[in-house]
Design a protein around this ligand. Structure first.
Ligand code: AP5
Length: 215
C-alpha cells in the first residue's frame, strides 16, 4: 500500500495523474475538491455555503475538509490513498498526520507538481470534465472526441466548473501561495518531498510519477 500527496497549484495536473494511478495501481483518490462539489448538490445549508466559497476561489474551512477525509480513511482494502488537493493548510497537514497515525498508516511521498502561473491560466480556462465518469479534457491539449462522446464512457455530458475562470483562478492562486505553499517547506523538512516538472506532457509526468513511486 502506497500513500501519496499530490501538491500543486490549481491546474497543475493533480486530478489527471490521480485518475491514472487509480486505474493502474488500484489506489483510491481522495479529492477534497470532488467531495465538496458533491456536498454542494446535497441542497443543505452547508452545501450552499461551500458552493459560494468555492465559486469565489477561497478555501473551505479546515474543520469541514478534515471531517470529509476522516470518513474516507476507514477503508484500507486497496493499493493506497492519493490525497489530491488535501492538505491545503498547515492545520490540515497536522490533522492528516494524526489521522494516519491513528490508522497505523504512513505517508510514502509528497509529490510537488511544479508549473508556472502563465500555463495555469490556459489549462484552467480550457478544461472540461465528463459528467459521466470524471475524465478530464482540455480544449487544446486533449479535446473531446469529434463524435462528442467521452472516449472513456461514451457520455455526452460535457461539464465546466463554476470556478474555472480567470477571476476565481486569481483568488485560487493567491490562496495557494499564502496558505498551501508553506507545505512545501513543511514536507521538505520531514524528508517526504519529491518534485517533478508539471509542465512536461501528461505522459512524461506519468513516467516521473512512476519513477518516484519506485516502479
Ligand atoms: P480542487 O477541486 O482541488 O481544485 P484545484 O486544486 O484548484 O485543482 P484543479 O482540480 O483545478 O487542478 P488539477 O491540478 O487537478 O488539474 P487537472 O488535472 O484537472 O479545489 C477546488 C476548490 O475546492 C478550492 O478552490 C477550495 O475552495 C475547495 N477545496 C478543495 N480542497 C480543499 C481543502 N483541502 N481545503 C479547503 N478548501 C478546499 O488539469 C487541469 C487541465 O490541464 C486539464 O484540462 C488537463 O487536461 C490539463 N493538463 C493536466 N496535465 C497536463 C499536462 N502535463 N500537460 C498539458 N495539459 C495538462
Amino acid at each position: 500500500m502506497t500513500n501519496i500527496i499530490l501538491l500543486g497549484p490549481p491546474g497543475a495536473g493533480k486530478g489527471t495523474q490521480a485518475r491514472y494511478l487509480v486505474e493502474s495501481r488500484r489506489m483510491v483518490q481522495l479529492s477534497t475538491g470532488d467531495m465538496l462539489r458533491e456536498a454542494q448538490t446535497s441542497g443543505t445549508e452547508m452545501g450552499k455555503k461551500v458552493a459560494a466559497i468555492m465559486a469565489e476561489g477561497k478555501l473551505v474551512t479546515d474543520q469541514i475538509v478534515i471531517g470529509l477525509i476522516r470518513e474516507k480513511l476507514q477503508d484500507t482494502s486497496h493499493g493506497g490513498f492519493i490525497f489530491d488537493g488535501f492538505p491545503r493548510t498547515l492545520a490540515q497537514a497536522d490533522a492528516l498526520e494524526r489521522l494516519l497515525r491513528e490508522m497505523h498508516l504512513k505517508l510514502d511521498a509528497v509529490i510537488e507538481m511544479q508549473v508556472d502561473d502563465d500555463a495555469l491560466v490556459a489549462r484552467i480556462t480550457g478544461r472540461s470534465t465528463c459528467g459521466g465518469c470524471g475524465e478530464v479534457y482540455h480544449d487544446q491539449t486533449k479535446p473531446w472526441p469529434e463524435d462528442g462522446k467521452c472516449a472513456n464512457c461514451g457520455s455526452t455530458d460535457v461539464q465546466r466548473r463554476a470556478d474555472d475562470n480567470e477571476d476565481s483562478l486569481k483568488t485560487r492562486l493567491m490562496e495557494y501561495y499564502k496558505k498551501t505553499s508553506p507545505l512545501i517547506g513543511y514536507y521538505y523538512a520531514k524528508g517526504n518531498l519529491q518534485r517533478l516538472d508539471g509542465l512536461a506532457s501528461i505522459e512524461e509526468v506519468r513516467k516521473s510519477m512512476a519513477w518516484i513511486m519506485g516502479e
